[in-house]
Design a protein. Structure first.
Length: 476
């Protein structure tokens, strides 16, 4: 700490320098024999604290202090260290902005010990205050510049700050919002008010947050109303603000999800249309085609009906795969799954289809548990079906092994395999090859589902002569 000591007695300055630097090795003392010289030194160099005598020629300690605080506008710690004990001098010094007023006297070791402690305490206090001021300034800048609507409440539920983004979204000026409590804020619906009050009751009033073991603060969906009367939907993420271990307020960031909600509703409607109307009509067509197929038709017409039946089956399959894709993108509960029973059930379902084509499925049962969910059935169903339909094989073999963190499930066949140039594209959406190419969604779904469970899929040649697909899933 750089300390500037000002006194018109050179002997006392040398004594002070010696005692203070011995008292605390962090103190580096500079000396000046007049206030005017000290002011010039402060212009040139940085100091952490000023210790000044009161009674000095040309400019006394009070004038020096007034210049530092007033004309120089400096908040540097300033300690008046003087032999004068007049009360009015002490009062003036403190009124002018002195941090401490310490009388000279007593044993040098004792008085300089007191002074050293005072210097260190005041420097720490001022630096802490400056840091707090800088942090507040940075916070205010970040708060105002945040492109997402942001609101700041005190612990009583009064809105004390709101950023420009929020004002623009809602159509209000700051002066129309600041100082209002939860029930007075014009853009909050009654339901939104109740949700915010619930948050204050659960966290603020009980001084709870995630750091002291309370449940995580989940985002809330609220409805607000703009000044022009338009309804908007927002996802609110709130967090208590602490000061000295106590919650002093709440900051809330609101992400406007109105358009997202509208898109979701439209997607839901279109998917419903696809799943119900289109699928039902396709199944009706499929039924009539099956009736036709049982008739005694000429060969040419029979082939046409078979092609139409296959097209219907493919259409129904695409609709089911679109449904699965939507489920992959939804948030679902992930937990521990016994993968052995999942694969066993899927194999049982696919064996009749495989037998029709003269394919034998070999499966080595396993008892591994992995992180996953209900879509694992769809993953292995698509994987096995892809091999049955597209590989032109006679045998499918499913095996498994484990590493320290992963379980690896391998499906391989003795079919036609996958050319080198096709391996990078095989898991892409819409990729298909040859007459049996299908919708191009099956293996894409396999990859998407595996990745949604923090897994991955790899493909290479099998020692059986066909393709080999490895599915990596996180072990529990």
């Amino acid at each position: 700490m750089e300390v500037l000591m000002v006194d018109d007695e050179p002997g006392l300055l040398e004594q002070a320098k010696s005692f203070l630097e011995k008292e605390n090795e962090r103190l580096k003392i500079r000396i000046s024999t007049s206030a005017k010289k000290a002011l010039k030194l402060l212009e040139r160099e940085e100091c952490d604290c000023v210790v000044s005598d009161y009674q000095m020629p040309e400019m006394n300690g009070l004038d020096f202090l007034e210049t530092v605080r007033g004309k120089r506008n400096s908040d540097i710690p300033f300690i008046m260290f003087t032999g004068k004990s007049r009360e009015e001098v002490a009062i003036k010094a403190l009124n002018f902005g002195a941090n401490r007023y310490i009388r000279k006297g007593g044993s040098p070791k004792s008085q300089y010990g007191v002074l050293a402690d005072a210097i260190i305490q005041e420097v720490k206090r001022v630096k802490s205050k400056q840091k707090l001021s800088e942090n507040k300034k940075k916070f205010k800048q970040l708060f105002e510049m945040n492109p997402v609507p942001t609101h700041l409440f005190n612990k009583e539920g009064e809105l004390v700050e709101v950023n420009q983004s929020a004002c623009q979204t809602l159509g209000y000026e700051k002066k129309e919002l600041l100082g209002k409590n939860i029930f007075e804020i014009p853009f909050l619906t009654e339901e939104a008010q109740n949700k915010i009050i619930g948050f204050f009751q659960d966290y603020v009033n009980k001084n709870l947050d995630e750091e002291n073991g309370s449940p995580p603060i989940e985002p809330e969906i609220i409805e607000v109303e703009t000044k022009k009367g338009k309804s908007r939907i927002g996802e609110v993420k709130a967090k208590p603000i602490k000061n000295n271990g106590k919650i002093s307020g709440v900051i809330g960031v609101v992400r406007d999800i109105t358009d997202h909600r509208k898109r979701r509703e439209k997607e839901k409607f279109l998917h419903s249309l696809l799943r119900h109307d289109v699928q039902n009509k396709t199944q009706i067509i499929h039924g009539y085609l099956q009736i036709l197929a049982e008739k005694d038709l000429p060969d040419k017409q029979k082939k046409s009906v078979e092609k139409a039946l296959n097209a219907c089956k493919e259409s129904i399959s695409v609709i089911e795969k679109v449904k699965t894709l939507r489920e992959v993108n939804r948030e679902e509960e992930v937990g521990e799954v016994n993968i052995g029973s999942v694969i066993k059930n899927v194999v049982s379902e696919k064996e009749p289809q495989a037998s029709e084509k003269g394919i034998r499925i070999e499966y080595e049962d396993c008892g591994y548990n992995v992180m996953g969910g209900p879509l694992l059935d769809e993953l292995f169903s698509n994987l096995i079906e892809n091999s049955i339909v597209h590989s032109d094989c006679e045998k499918i073999r499913i095996s498994s092994e484990e590493t320290e963190e992963k379980c690896i499930f391998t499906l391989e066949d003795d079919g036609c395999g996958i050319p080198q140039e096709g391996r990078k594209k095989i898991f892409e959406r819409g990729y298909r090859k040859g007459d049996t190419g299908g919708s191009g969604l099956g293996l894409y779904l396999v990859k998407e589902i595996a990745e949604s469970y923090e897994g991955r899929v790899e493909v290479e040649n099998s020692e059986l002569g066909g393709a080999k697909v490895d599915v990596y899933l996180r072990k529990t």
